[in-house]
Ligand binder design. Structure first.
Ligand code: HEM
Ligand code: CU
Length: 560
């Protein structure tokens, strides 16, 4: 659908006026999300760089702004703020654009405002040193009540955004009986239903943490807060991945004139992600003493189940590449890959992200296997793993998508496209270097979340010093890359001339041939119920064990 740039002609007799006007105000809302995410990414990268330098002994972090405060800021800004704002913006965009109608964006703005308020509260408390609890937030580390409140308000804001997205999908269903929900809106709805189910865990955790931090309760059940966090923490990962997959399915094919490989396969992938993201969280607690082996085993099996939609996605993406290439008369692996639009930073960002995800997937299988996880638990291997998943595929796909979305939303041509292209490659190189070094350091025994990894020069600690230096160099490349991204994103907005051709945007259409889509895939209410039931089944037992366990009192750690 074509849209007009930010200032529409004020011709109220024009029947298209209302729609165009509404699109212009929608664009502003989405931009607000994306630029807030970018600000968090930039700050987070600075903190990441400081950590990398500290671990390589390039700098000594002063005691008045200690390592763990920086680590908390890095984790929260990257894993919670950057990703969440980008996804809320992306999926608002996906829903609005695929369900065109004259609409009020009031609810959307309220959601954004509430998210921002929560973020500012939490961020302020972290930087002020009142919330050095790392992004995982569980006890016994304790933050100020304002930090927990900020986190809760941020989650509440995302629920408002979710309500806006789901209301639009419901409106579509009401007004278009018998029609399929547009694919990008379907993916967004699945993602946010999953998110609502997942964030119940963090809200329950906050109900324990807030009274405790206010001093109203004298003790807290540490492992219960941990279980509640990881009930949320694993689907958080899939929230990021669903954002990236939405782009891989619906946006990336537009860069090479391709189509979505299969409409029903895409819907099924998102439904499986909705169902299987939550009942696997105990794979983050394989070494937790309070959870019995049977539950760990079940969550391990289900973890292998959630790999399925990822394999489906990998297959569908390459099939889409191949079909487009065959239409253009190219066959054979090399010709297909060479024919892809490598000069387009939106494509290259996503494609390099996909390459990194292959390595992320391998590492994930190691982590998901109980016996191998024992070896890498709490080492830099894990840090290497999530940088080559969320820091690589997810962040790079989002950055690439921004190169398409920001021109569309601002009505301006991309500023310095060559710089943008170089940025994606530099990010890729930096991430390969940093995360490979982290994986190796982890196998050598280097611990994560530890300020001083030299152990006063102990012999064993020397073995990973070289890896820490390599990781710091990789981190430097990543930091430079982020600065390049900011130059392009801000430069695009600052351009004077409006370029109407930059504004038009259409999601990739799906291939028409193939299996017809079953209407069951669109019965999202029913899938939501199944997802909730699965989550309850997977957690009722572990929670029961947790609560009925014999508690041995320790100062501040006994429960009721
Ligand atoms: C400029 C690029 C980056 C650099 C130099 C960097 C560096 C680091 C380092 C050295 C650590 C480990 C600290 C430790 O365990 O003691 C770390 C942790 C972490 N990073 Fe990054 N990182 C970068 C980008 C990202 C991105 C893009 C994300 C996610 C979107 C991310 C998410 C995280 C998370 C969640 C942690 C774990 C924090 C914790 O253990 O509490 N990082 N990063
Ligand atoms: Cu997980």
């Amino acid at each position: 659908m074509d849209v007009t740039p930010s200032r529409p002609a004020l011709d109220r007799n024009d029947p298209g006026f209302a729609l165009r006007y509404s699109v212009a105000s929608e664009n502003l809302l989405v931009l607000a999300h994306i630029y807030t995410g970018t600000a968090a990414l930039t700050l987070g990268a600075l903190f990441g760089l400081l950590q990398g330098f500290s671990r390589a002994n390039f700098i000594v972090i002063p005691s008045w702004f200690d390592y763990y405060r920086i680590l908390t800021a890095h984790g929260v800004f990257m894993a919670l703020v950057f990703t969440t704002f980008f996804i809320t913006g992306l999926m608002t965009f996906a829903t609005y654009r695929s369900i065109p109608r004259v609409r009020s964006v009031r609810l959307g703005w309220i959601g954004y405002g509430v998210m921002l308020l929560g973020t500012v509260l939490a961020a302020f408390e972290i930087v002020a040193g009142n919330a050095t609890v790392l992004y995982t937030m569980y006890a016994p580390l304790k933050a100020s009540p304002i930090f927990y409140l900020g986190a809760t308000v941020l989650v509440a804001g995302t629920w408002i955004v979710a309500a806006d997205i789901l209301a639009n999908v419901a409106w579509f269903r009401r007004n278009n009986p018998g029609q399929r929900i547009p694919l990008p809106a379907h993916g967004s709805a699945c993602t946010f239903v999953m998110w609502i189910i997942a964030t119940i865990g963090i809200v329950l955790e906050m109900l324990l943490l807030i009274p405790w931090s206010l001093g109203w309760t004298s003790a807290i059940d540490v492992s219960l807060t941990r279980m509640l966090f990881w009930y949320f923490g694993h689907p958080l990962v899939y929230f990021w991945i669903m954002g990236a997959y939405l782009i891989w399915y619906n946006v990336v094919p537009t860069t090479y004139g391709g189509k979505v490989f299969s409409d029903p396969l895409t819907r099924l992938a998102f439904i499986l992600l909705l169902l299987l993201s939550t009942p696997v969280g105990i794979h983050h607690q394989f070494l937790e003493p309070g959870v019995s082996a049977g539950w760990k085993w079940l969550h391990m099996l289900l973890t292998y189940g959630v790999v399925l939609p990822s394999f489906m996605t990998a297959f569908a993406i390459f099939a889409s590449f191949e079909i487009a290439a065959r239409r253009a008369g190219r066959t054979g692996f090399v010709a297909i890959v060479r024919g892809l639009p490598w000069t387009d930073p939106a494509f290259t960002g996503a494609a390099l992200g996909m390459v990194l995800f292959i390595f992320g997937g391998f590492g994930g299988i190691v982590n998901a296997s109980y016996s191998m996880d024992v070896l890498v638990h709490n080492t830099m291997w894990i840090v290497g793993h999530f940088h080559v998943t969320v820091g690589g595929p997810v962040a790079l796909t989002f950055i690439g998508a921004a190169y398409k979305l920001v021109p569309t939303l601002t009505g301006r041509k991309l500023y310095a496209p060559k710089l943008a292209l170089a940025q994606t490659w530099l990010w890729f190189a930096g991430m390969v270097l940093m995360s490979t070094a982290m994986h190796i350091a982890g196998l050598l025994g280097s611990p994560r979340r530890t300020a001083d990894v030299t152990y006063f020069g102990a012999a064993g600690a020397q073995s990973w010093h070289g890896e820490m230096v390599a990781a710091a160099i990789g981190g430097t490349l990543l930091f430079i890359s982020i600065l390049m991204f900011v130059i392009v994103a801000v430069g695009t907005r600052m351009r004077d001339e409006v370029a109407p051709e930059a504004v038009s945007f259409t999601f990739a259409p799906a291939e028409e041939e193939g299996i017809p889509t079953s209407p069951a895939f669109d019965a999202l209410g029913r899938w939501a119920v199944v997802a909730l039931v699965l989550a309850v089944l997977a957690y009722a037992g572990p929670l029961h064990d947790q609560l009925s366990m014999q508690h041995y009192p320790a100062p501040g750690m006994r429960t009721w």
